[in-house]
Design a protein around this ligand. Sequence first.
Ligand SMILES: Nc1ncnc2c1ncn2[C@@H]1O[C@H](COP(=O)(O)OP(=O)(O)OP(=O)(O)O)[C@@H](O)[C@H]1O
Length: 598
Amino acid sequence: MKETNSPSHHPANARLKELLGLVRHSFVTHRLRLLLGFIALLAVDFLQLIIPRIIKHGVDGLANANITQIGLMKLGGLILSIALVIAVLRFVWRYLIIGFSRLLEQAVRNRLFRHILKMDAQFFEKYTTGDLMAHSSNDLNAVQMACGMGLVAAVDAFVMSTAAIGFMVHIHGQLTLMALLPMPFLAIFTRILSGRLHRRFATVQEQFSSMTEFARSTLISIRLIKAYTTEKFQTERFGKLGRGYVQSNLRVAVIQGLIFPIATMVGNLGMLLVLWFGGKLVIAGTISIGDFVAFITYLYMLVWPMMAIGWVTNLVQRGLTSLNRIHTLVTSKPALPELENHNLAPIAHPTYSLRELTFFYQNETQPALNDIRLELGPGIHGVTGRTGCGKSTLCRLLARLYPVMDGQLFFDNTDVNTLPVDYIRAHLGYVGQEPILFSDTIAANIALGKPDATQAEIEAAARHAAIHNDIIELSDGYGTLIGERGVKLSGGQRQRLALARALVCDRPLLIIDDGLSAVDVATEHEVFNGLQQRLAGKTVIIVSNRIKLLSMTDRTIILEEGRIAYDGRHDELLKQSSLYRSMYDKQMRQTPIAEPVP
Ligand SMILES: Nc1ncnc2c1ncn2[C@@H]1O[C@H](COP(=O)(O)OP(=O)(O)OP(=O)(O)O)[C@@H](O)[C@H]1O
């Protein structure tokens, strides 16, 4: 036999093994919990199967007139006690097995989350937030269902149907064959209908999320909607989404309404056959009335396992598809090198060296940066240029958010591709174009990168970012909550808070990617003084189109279509670069530079 044909080497098997590897650890860790859960489940099945035997005993006793009222009461009491034990055991298995599926879901979710946080910018361009949210809700839910209820239903259906059929055969083999004739149809029906039910339910979920997303985006932009008087239009669109949602729900209700009547009908079809042939057997004295009643009870018991077979195959199929999607995510490799940080010593004054660096975004034919040669050491470096010239790209590459080719970017004279990404990042503070603040206190927002920062350190950073005075004017000072439920800050205040966050970490490199654009001109000067004081001897890169700010830097790099067009001090650039000159003329007409430029 060829090796590829052997089952253990079959690619599909290998893939399945890999997929199950994602959940295996949870099964092993919680094996005792599962064992107890399944013991309880099997005990329930066993007890359920005993009840028809007791009924048979009672009915035969009545038919043969050899049972007393006390005897009947005793049987009734026995059934009641069994029912009680069943109730307790049902609780136990549900608690243990469904609890297990939730623990498994949590383990996979944590793994997924950990992995997503490790990924780089390219990954987040490939997968949208919506995709990732869908993976962490719908897909995890499908896996949880398959490993919880799916597993229970599979075991339960197998045990119950085998035992019930065994008991039925014990009563009468031919009658059993007759009674089972319609059962495969039941499994097939459930399989088809539950598949359809799932697809329709997925549509309901999608529509629900579009409706809530629409409501959310409407509410957050309520001022804009009022300003443009589009309330009526928005209401109509919301109404349309709502109507779609109701229709989809009705389509789900149709299937739900069909499943049980069809199941009962098929069950009853079997019953009809049993009544016909079984009745004849009773009349002929081949089986007792008690056997007949017990047989019917077992037949009813078979309806659920038959439905479960159809349902479980769907659950398993969905679970595997979802596990496959999660697996693709958690095994995707970041484009940046994943190197271990073997306690590399931090560098006090690191430098960057860009050597003929050219960078393309994924699937782009034009480079975003082209042949960049640049040395960045201690000092304040300005970067400017027209929109789209590559300023942010440069910052992102320095922060190691995107991969670069070997031999093009050096961190302290070492090729960045030979250094762990987190080692380089641990040296830098980053202030992006959009300050991202969390719904938390101001102090916690500043201390994000240094959770153990003292109040004095937080305040010092806030002073250097020229935001301290604004903070102490707020009702709770540094304890003031910001975000949706808290105080709203102006754009400039948010940017300065983000700057304080970078300063508190006290790292030797600071990149400010247009992070001061909303700060007013007077405060900008204060911020710059704060930076100069705090960051003496460090490397600071400030992207800005504000000439006043650039005039205070040690040098400014002007980018044009991804290339360095000019690199010099303010007075040199005024003479050399027409772009810089025209920016200067335009901005000075609005706010002349108060002091002489160095
Ligand atoms: N994620 C991306 N994928 C593909 N192309 C991108 C991506 N980000 C930026 N670009 C392109 O790369 C070029 C440089 O963009 P970049 O954001 O670096 O410019 P910028 O100078 O910072 O512009 P702005 O001043 O408007 O922020 C632009 O042509 C832009 O369209």
